[in-house]
Design a binder for this molecule. Sequence first.
Ligand code: NAP
Ligand code: L37
Length: 292
Amino acid sequence: MTAQLIDGKAIAAQVRAEVAARAAKRNAEGKPKPTLATVLVGDRADSAAYVSSKQKACAELGMGSLNQSLPADISQAELEKLIASLNADKSVHGILVQLPLPSHLNEERVLQLIGVEKDVDGFSPINIGRLAQRGREPLFVPCTPAGCVYLLDKSGVQIEGAHAVVLGRSNIVGMPAALLMMARNATVTVCHSRTQDLPALVKQADILIVAIGNAEFVRGDWIKPGAAVIDVGINSKPDATKKSGYRLVGDVNFDEAKEVAGCITPVPGGVGPMTIAMLMQNTLRAAEIQDA
Ligand code: NAP
Ligand code: L37
C-alpha cells in the first residue's frame, strides 16, 4: 500500500470528544441539553440502523435525542403536522428527517417546513440556496459532504486550486459536496450516470469524491497517482467468510486504488463515522444559535 489511509473513525472520535466537552460545559452552565429529533418513516433496515447510530451518538456525547418512528403509510398531512410540532418544541434544537421517504410523500414540502435554525441536515431550501451562492453562509452544511471536506483538511490536502471531480449529483451527497468544494476554491467537475468517458475525467482529479452507490466501480488505473480519494459509497458485497454472509465495500476498488492514490478513505471507517460526527457538531451549534 502506498496511499496514506485516512482514518475516519479516529478523526470522528476527535470531533465527538470536542463536541462532548462543549456540551458538558453548557450543561454545567445550566443551559438546555442540545437535543436532536430524528424522524424515520417506514422500516428500511439501513435507514433504521443509521438513525439508531445517530441516537446512540447523542447519548454518548451528553446530548438529548428523541426519535419519531412513523409507519410507511403515514399521510403527508400527518408528517407535516409532526414537523410543525417539532419546530414549535423549544426543547428540540435539531430536526433530521431520514431520507429517502416512501414514494407517496413529498420530500420537498417536508424539508422546506423544517425551521432553518433547526435544519441540522442542511437540506432545507434556504440552507442549500446559501451554500450555492457566493458570499452567503448556510447555517448548516449537509453532514456527509461536510465530513468529506473535514477529512481532506485533516489529511493536509490542499483544496484551493485543486481539480476536484465528484462522481454523483444527489441532493444529499454529490451536489452539496460539489458546492462545498467550489466554495473552497477548487475547480469542480460533476459526473453522473450520463457522463461520457468517466475514466478520463477521473484521471484528471487531484481530489476524487465518489458517491454513486455502485460497489467497487472506480478502478485503480482510473486514478491520478497521488490523488486524494474520498469514497462515500456503502454497498454490501456477498462474502462467505463473514458470519453475516456479506461485507461492506465502497464505490472505489480499494485494493487497486490504495496502490495509486496519495491518500484514501476506507469503507467502513471512512466517511460514515464522519457523517455522524458532523451531525453532532451541527446539533450542538443549533442549540448555541437558539440560546442566543
Ligand atoms: P443516489 O441518490 O442514488 O445518487 C447516485 C448518483 O450517482 C446519481 O447522481 C447518479 O447519476 C450517479 N451514478 C450512479 N451510477 C453511476 C455511474 N455508473 N456512473 C456515474 N454516475 C453514476 O445515491 P446517494 O444517496 O448520493 O448515495 C451514494 C452512495 O453513498 C450510496 O452507496 C450510499 O449508501 C452512500 N452514502 C453514504 C453516506 C455516508 O455517510 N458514508 C451518506 C449517504 C450516502 P444520475 O443523477 O444521473 O442518476
Ligand atoms: N444526514 N444522512 C443524513 N440524512 C439523510 O437523510 N440518508 C441520510 C443520511 N445518510 C446517512 O445517515 N448515512 C450514513 C451512512 C453510513 C453511516 C452513517 C450514516 C455509518 O456509520 N457507516 C459506518 C458503517 C456502518 C455499518 O457498519 O453498517 C462506516 O464505517 O462507514
